[in-house]
Design a protein. Sequence first.
Length: 275
Amino acid sequence: MFNRRYLIATALTLALGIAPALAQDKSIVVASTTSTQDSGLFGHILPLFKQKTGIDVKVVAQGTGQALDTARRGDADVVFVHAKSLEEKFVSESNGVKRNPVMYNDFVIIGPKNDPAGIKGKDVVTALKTLKDKQANFISRGDKSGTHSAELNLWKEAGIDIAKDKGPWYKEIGQGMGAALNMASAGNNYVLSDRATWISFKNKADLAIVVEGDKRLFNQYGVILVNPQKHANVKKELGQQFIEWLTSPEGQRAIGDYKIDGQQLFFPNATDPGA
């Protein structure tokens, strides 16, 4: 019987130019946040994992909320995202087996180099209050991604109910990080981005990091095996191998070794019990 997960795997197989006959080969589907894909991290670590295990990883790159929904339907074997509260809820509802911390980086506020709102160097709460007070153009992904979730939490910390207080200056686009950064680069717009996507983003134009380093901008990633008791088609053993490799010294080293122009994009912390 054909189901969504089979169709996703088949479509990915065909897109990669692999003969359908090989679709039965050792492979898993990982629903993951866009930043792990767009930053080039998967391009770096997945060949190493396949060389080690022979397992092919087919990535469905989506915002964290969408990725968790994909996994919730049983259309993936593993979910790899960055919104701890949503991940814990996913596990508590028996959709996943266990949340495993993998790595972290941070969020940054990107804006015009001339910083017309004057928020450069300020803490993130003061910066957001200033953006609202000055009605400075702000691009929100508005897509229920991990970055969007973090953005909403930051407005809340700033004491701003963005659902009520937003105006024409606050633009929700319902798209991914790349689209948000492209829109920001097209005008005098500010946007919250994960640092890895920003570093790998090519169309920086007149944009620059204007706010960074605040502990509230911490960005943790976790990986979860989809519950095989809820979805019999989940490849438990292969998915668990991927998780164990990511959190092993070898996988952690591979993550830490990934750099662009000498800049490390992700910092492994699988051994941190509080992550």
